[in-house]
Write a protein that binds this ligand. Structure first.
Ligand code: URA
Length: 327
């Protein structure tokens, strides 16, 4: 396979996994400090005060969940204890290298916070609206949000080759809203969400539910195309979210369908596999929220269409929708 092809294949596979909700090929979680380890593990620690991070730096190569803490010149406990291991002569005493100076725990935690902003659910981002806007007032309210966005330069996507800001499409008074990830090339060119191949499939999904595209409202987590259709960075998604939140509060749909893991992550403030989120109701800004596969994922793996249809049927049942009669 040529270098370019294998790169493409790898990218497609990573996207496939991501759509399934597998984001992290490394683990970042709370740091683990030697001082917090059970006493049995602490015994081998060089310096109990030195923090032992699971994966301290974003993009670090995978490491074991807890790095073994071994004093210089000592055999790792597991190896020494194994009956299969041949006796190993003690190595000559080596000079102990100076321990790297680690920032204090607080500084590390705050670094991780700023490096990877944790998604916060849309419900937590702002108080829920207490009143419904009159349907006649909604188009102007949405136009005001669009005006507020303006020729946005609030996040790096503004400088990443964007052509058009993709605000939304559909009925400002829709009962049903779909939220995707971000514009692709076609959307970026036309300034409308879901108008490319994935959009055609979304249209089919919508029609199969017994409604038309014009009757629903469609938007994305980010309004500008990420270069090469990569996943929006957290800083991009969280910067843009404020506007989607306002759009939801104006439209006030009964049901929101999160298309794929990026939409689910930011709407719900959770980073979980899609399989853990599908098949049940969540809540978002007073609406019921269902999670399903992103149409682009379904184009890559059409076997999952039956599963997506189950999700849509759950929505149809809730909303009293019937599939169009054939004839
Ligand atoms: N994929 C998305 O998530 N949104 C679009 O608008 C188009 C493709």
């Amino acid at each position: 396979m040529a270098a370019g092809e294998s790169e493409q294949a790898l990218r497609a596979y990573v996207e496939y996994l991501r759509d399934l909700g597998v984001y992290d090929f490394y683990r970042h979680g709370e740091p683990v400090y030697a001082a917090d380890l059970p006493a049995s593990q602490q015994a081998t620690a060089v310096a109990p005060a030195q923090p032992v991070l699971e994966h301290p730096v974003v993009g670090d190569a995978p490491k074991p969940a807890v790095m073994p803490v071994v004093a210089a010149g000592q055999e790792p406990a597991a190896r020494a204890a194994s009956p299969m291991a041949p006796p190993v002569p003690s190595p000559p005493a080596r000079p102990v290298p100076a321990a790297p100076v680690m920032p204090p725990a607080v500084a590390l935690e705050s670094f991780q916070e700023t490096a990877i902003p944790k998604p916060v659910s849309f419900n937590e981002l702002a108080p829920l609206p207490t009143e419904r806007l009159a349907s006649t007032a909604k188009p102007a309210a949405l136009a005001a949000i669009q005006e507020e966005i303006g020729d946005c330069t609030r996040c790096p996507l503004a400088y990443a080759g964007r052509n058009k800001i993709v605000f939304a499409d559909g009925d400002s008074n829709a009962r049903l809203m779909f939220v995707g990830e971000g514009p692709g090339a076609d959307e970026d060119a036309q300034g409308l969400p879901f108008v490319g191949k994935a959009g055609q499939l979304l249209n089919n999904m919508i029609n199969a539910m017994g409604v038309t595209r014009e009757q629903v409202y469609i938007a994305n987590i980010v309004k500008c195309r990420p270069p090469a259709n990569r996943t929006p960075e957290p800083i991009e998604a969280t910067t843009c979210s404020q506007f989607l939140l306002k759009q939801i509060d104006v439209v006030q749909p009964e049901v929101i369908v999160a298309l794929g893991s990026t939409a689910a992550t930011y709407l719900l403030g959770v980073k979980q596999s899609l399989s853990g989120l599908r098949g049940r109701w969540h809540s978002c800004r007073g609406a019921k929220l269902a999670v399903t596969y992103h149409p682009a994922f379904l184009l890559r793996d059409p076997r999952q269409k039956a599963e997506a249809w189950k999700d849509l049927q759950m929505v149809m049942k809730e909303m009293g929708l019937k599939p169009p009669s054939r004839g």
